[in-house]
Design a protein around this ligand. Structure first.
Ligand code: NAP
Length: 504
């Protein structure tokens, strides 16, 4: 008998969503039935790991939360990082998930054991006992897309004698007050961080390789009266969620994924961002540097009201000359100019394609290596959830899984998929499932055909350097359908697309 019915890798919102689905199906009464293994020392995923100054969600919290577990007491329309961490704790307590969680347990890889018909996961705890194995009938990976910090491949970065901090490994004790600080990167993280650093540093130089599209952020402190209304009349919060999600869907999904049919939405979003920049920055040269030369949505846009104005402050410099190397004392650009700095902040994002697809080594039937298969034969996963050749395996961070609107809409569709699949297993009295190769292939073909409508194909993305694209240049991260269509597919996918067997 396997150690567990299910191993879930990751205790973030994805892993917790999967566990909630399993509990809805009646699993987990016995604690050992579901094991949620987490490499960090606490739950919350990205909202536990990230703690850089200015950390907040950039999708309004009425949308960025589980629809079945609304929080009427968000303090801000866009929750701050610590509120999301508290929300994650609240979810874990409400759904009795904590007793299944083990922290400081890193799953290195997992192998399907054909004879035993279960997964064998190799885990390490960092203790002297080294690696051990855990077995489970089902394996679910919920390791997030943005979990492996990327260090820039800039010459000399190891030589820097001052303080070096990656945003995902923020050092709370780092002293920024009155210091000369350099930030490398201008992604969504940097957009939140830069205004906060500017308040404390004596000089701040921001090294931008590619500008980001930034639209206004309609943030406000939620008054007590509105919190009470949300708590006493939950339908009002549902209406707010619906309205906010519809607006986001039009710019982040329709204008990007249905670009061919709805170019106007895309152009309107770009025009909104340009007007925002014009309103906030008077200097035309600075404006030019901050204006992207690729279509809106080729890389993830963001929302901010204090990012652009930060560059108009006298002690803040936007440097667009490429970095040639880093020295012991500072940053040298291609024109030979060296800027001396005390603190170097790497807002250089995450490595998705070399280390995260998949985040652990997964060996399926007949020795198939999932990472190798994806890289050599193309990325695919049926409904962004399962892969043929990998029985009893669910990958929540798969190609074509992300809805583009909010991670929660992705998770909730996947939860629905899981619930239908596992209910069918029970109904049939089966123990193993595997997506049929023809269904896996047909789904991929549908996604590839729809990809032709997206900004990634129809727009101008060559200069975007977006993590939406694989190393080979294919945009396989986002599911090129509307959020409603993803939800419908989860509700209606043919259960016969799977093969089931009682004992494998
Ligand atoms: P990112 O979007 O990948 O941005 C990394 C930045 O570092 C880019 O500007 C990149 O420039 C730059 N960079 C990387 N290597 C470099 C090098 N060698 N030299 C110069 N510049 C280099 O990462 P991120 O800002 O951490 O954001 C990642 C994602 O996290 C976001 O897209 C978003 O989905 C999520 N996020 C969400 C929230 C939220 O509130 N929900 C907040 C923050 C982040 P290039 O563009 O030229 O490569």
């Amino acid at each position: 008998m396997a150690d567990h019915d299910v191993i879930i890798v990751g205790a973030g919102f994805g892993g917790m969503g999967a566990a909630i689905s399993l509990k809805r199906l009646g699993l987990g009464e016995e604690t050992r039935s579901i094991a949620i293994l987490e490499r960090e020392d606490d739950l919350g995923g990205t909202w536990h790991v990230n703690r850089y100054p200015g950390l907040a969600v950039d999708i309004a919290s009425v949308t960025y939360s589980y629809s079945f577990e609304p929080n009427p007491y968000w303090k801000h329309w866009f929750a701050r990082g610590h509120e999301l961490k508290r929300y994650a704790e609240h979810v874990a307590d409400t759904y009795d998930l904590r007793r299944h969680m083990e922290f400081g347990v890193r799953v290195e890889g997992a192998r399907w054991d054909e004879d035993e018909q279960h997964w064998v996961a190799t885990v390490s705890t960092g203790s002297t006992t080294g690696r051990t194995t855990r077995t489970a009938t089902y394996l679910m990976t919920a390791t997030g897309f943005l979990s492996q910090p990327r260090l820039p491949d800039i010459e000399g970065v190891q030589e820097f004698a001052g303080t070096v901090i990656h945003t995902a490994k923020w050092d709370d004790s780092a002293d920024l007050d009155g210091k000369r600080v350099a930030v490398i990167g201008t992604g969504a993280t940097a957009v939140q961080l830069i205004p906060q650093i500017a308040k404390r540093a004596s000089a701040l130089t921001v090294y931008q390789r590619t500008p980001i599209w930034v639209t206004p952020k309609a943030d406000f402190r939620i008054p007590r009266a509105l919190q009470t209304l949300f708590a006493t009349q939950p339908w009002t919060q549902r209406v707010a969620r619906r309205a906010n999600s519809t607006w986001l869907e039009s710019i982040m999904v329709t204008g990007v994924l249905h670009y061919k049919q709805a170019k106007l939405f895309n152009q309107a979003a770009a025009a909104l961002a340009k007007a925002h920049l014009r309103r906030q920055v008077a200097d035309p040269d600075l404006r030019r540097k901050l204006t992207p030369d690729y279509s809106f949505g080729c890389k993830r846009p963001t929302f901010s009201n204090d990012y652009y104005p930060t560059f108009t402050r006298p002690h803040v410099t936007l440097e667009t000359t490429p970095i040639s190397r880093i020295t012991e004392g500072g940053v040298v650009t291609a024109d030979g100019h060296e800027t001396e700095v005390d603190v170097l902040v790497l807002a250089t994002g995450f490595n998705l394609w070399d280390t995260n697809f998949p985040a652990i080594e997964v060996i399926g039937r007949e020795g198939r290596n999932l990472g190798k298969l994806w890289r050599e034969q193309g990325y695919h996963a049926y409904e962004g959830v399962t892969v043929s050749g990998f029985p009893n395996f669910v990958s929540l961070n798969s190609p074509y899984s992300y809805s583009g609107l909010s991670y929660f809409t992705t998770i909730e569709s996947q939860m629905r998929h899981l619930e239908r699949l596992f209910a069918e297993l029970v109904r049939r009295g089966a123990r193993t499932f595997e997506i049929a190769e023809r269904a896996d292939r047909a789904f991929l073909e549908r996604m590839l055909a729809r990809m032709d409508d997206t900004v990634f194909v129809q727009g101008s993305c060559a200069t975007a350097r977006s993590y939406y694209f694989t190393n080979e240049g294919d945009a396989v991260l986002l599911r090129p359908t509307s959020t409603a269509s993803a939800r419908r597919a989860a509700e209606q996918f043919p259960l016969e697309d799977y093969e089931y067997s009682a004992d494998g």
